[in-house]
Ligand binder design. Structure first.
Ligand SMILES: [Mg+2]
Length: 188
């Protein structure tokens, strides 16, 4: 596999955490969005790809298998293997899925098929459950191939380029989301 499936993820939430940290798009600070309502723990390192924009108004999400948790704000090379096609409260909210490229324990993980089924089940179950106590529904329409994941990355990069000036303005994100909703864009 060529190197074009290795991307830089900025970690927001270390594996095992119940604190949902996110990078603030305006200040760049890592802030606590919320503590997960239930006793749920992120089953992998969770973060985003800088300079991308997904339909939920946030950068494209990434979840990656890792051995040892890192820290919020750390940049990690992730070898993308596929995606998780998630719908969060009616909004398309796809997540890229991969493994730490610089952890030799994952050297043989070269495609979705090489990932033990239980690990995939655990991640799927986490996302199906993590908002249950907030009474919010999450739907997962299966896993996407590496090709679909790369296509998603390209789309989110182009979308960021188209909207980056507005995103940099206070309230810009909200006005973009309202516009998309009115046009039915990004809705499942
Ligand atoms: Mg998202």
């Amino acid at each position: 596999m060529s190197k074009n499936n290795v991307i830089d993820m900025i970690v927001e939430i270390p594996k095992g955490s119940s604190n949902k940290y996110e990078v603030d798009g305006i200040t760049g600070r890592i802030k606590l969005d919320r503590v997960l309502y239930g006793a749920n723990f992120y089953p992998g390192e969770y973060g985003m790809v800088e300079n991308t924009l997904d339909w939920d108004g946030d950068p494209l999400d990434v979840i990656s298998l890792c051995t040892y948790p890192t820290l919020p704000g750390v940049q990690v090379s992730v070898r993308i293997l596929g995606s998780i096609k998630m719908i969060d409260a009616g909004e398309i909210d796809t997540k890229l899925f991969g493994v730490f490229n610089d952890d030799p324990r994952f050297a043989e993980y070269m495609s979705l098929e090489s990932v033990p089924q239980h690990l995939k089940d655990e991640i799927e179950n986490f996302f199906l459950q993590y908002k249950a106590l907030q009474k919010k529904s999450v739907v997962i329409n299966g896993w996407g191939s590496l090709e679909e994941a790369i296509e998603e990355l390209h789309e989110c990069t182009e979308r960021f380029e188209a909207y980056k000036d507005r995103l940099a303005i206070d309230g810009g994100r909200e006005s973009i989301l309202a516009e998309w909703k009115a046009q039915g864009l990004g809705q499942a």
